[in-house]
Design a protein around this ligand. Structure first.
Ligand code: HEC
Length: 193
C-alpha cells in the first residue's frame, strides 16, 4: 500500500516536470517562451532592414552625416596628382621616432605589403616580378631616384599609389603610423650609410 502511494506521487512529480518543460516550448523559433525579463527577450530596437516610422525616407539604416570619419582617423588631404605628391613631400613630416622597435615594425609591414613586388631588399626584384606574374619592373627603392625623395612623397605613394597607376593605393590596407614606419625602414635599412 505504502509503495503504491509513492509511485503515484512520483508519477505526479514527473507529470508536473513534463508539463513545466513543455509549456515553455513553442513551435515558433522566434518566440523564446515565457520570459522573466521581457525587455531583454523582446528587443525594443528596430531590426536593421525594417522600415522606420520616424525617418522621412523610412530607412532604419541611416547613412552617417556627410563628411563623417571614423574616430581616430584623419582624412588624407592630398589627391593623386603630380602637384599634390610634391606638396606632400614638402609638407608632411615623418612622425615616427627613429628607433629599433619602429624599424622592426616597418620591416614587418614592408615584408607583408611591398616585398613581393619591390624585393626583400628593395631592389625591385620581388618574386611577383621575377616569376613574371607582374609585368613591369617595380622601381628600386634603394636607388637615388627614391632615396632622394622626401619622406612625405614616399608616404604619399604608399597612401595613394603611383601616378601611373602601376602601383596601387595602400592607404586602406596600412595604418598611417605603419606607413611612416615603412618609410623609415626603407630609408635606413636598405642603404648603407
Ligand atoms: C603590385 C606590386 C607593387 C606593390 C605591392 C608595391 N609597389 Fe611600389 N611600385 C610598383 C611599381 C610597378 C612601381 C613603378 C610605378 C610607376 O612607375 O608608376 C612602384 C613604384 C614605387 C615607388 C616610386 C614612386 C614614384 O614616384 O615613382 C615607391 C616609393 C614605392 N613603389 C614604394 C612602395 C612601398 C613602400 C610599397 C609597400 C607599401 C609598395 N611600393 C608596394 C609596384 C608595387
Amino acid at each position: 500500500m505504502k509503495n503504491t502511494i509513492n509511485i503515484k506521487a512520483l508519477q505526479g512529480i514527473f507529470l508536473l516536470i513534463l508539463f513545466t518543460v513543455t509549456i515553455g516550448c513553442k513551435r515558433d523559433n522566434n518566440y523564446p517562451g515565457h520570459a522573466y525579463f521581457n525587455d531583454m527577450a523582446y528587443s525594443q530596437a528596430f531590426e536593421t532592414y525594417s522600415s522606420s516610422p520616424i525617418f522621412s525616407d523610412s530607412i532604419v539604416m541611416m547613412l552617417p552625416v556627410e563628411g563623417t570619419v571614423p574616430r581616430g582617423e584623419i582624412p588624407y588631404q592630398y589627391t593623386k596628382t603630380f602637384d599634390d605628391q610634391q606638396k606632400a613631400g614638402a609638407e608632411l613630416i615623418n612622425p615616427a621616432e627613429l628607433n629599433k622597435e619602429n624599424l622592426q615594425r616597418g620591416k614587418v609591414q614592408y615584408d607583408i605589403f611591398c616585398a613581393m613586388c619591390h624585393g626583400e631588399r628593395g631592389n625591385g626584384d620581388g618574386h611577383l616580378y621575377t616569376n613574371k606574374l607582374f609585368p613591369v619592373q617595380p622601381t628600386s627603392l634603394t636607388g637615388d631616384y627614391v632615396q632622394n625623395k622626401p619622406d612625405g612623397e614616399i608616404y604619399h605613394v604608399i597612401t595613394l599609389g603611383s601616378l601611373s597607376g602601376l602601383m596601387g593605393a595602400h592607404g586602406s590596407l596600412i595604418k598611417p603610423g605603419d606607413r611612416w614606419k615603412i618609410v623609415s625602414y626603407l630609408r635606413n635599412e636598405f642603404v648603407v650609410k
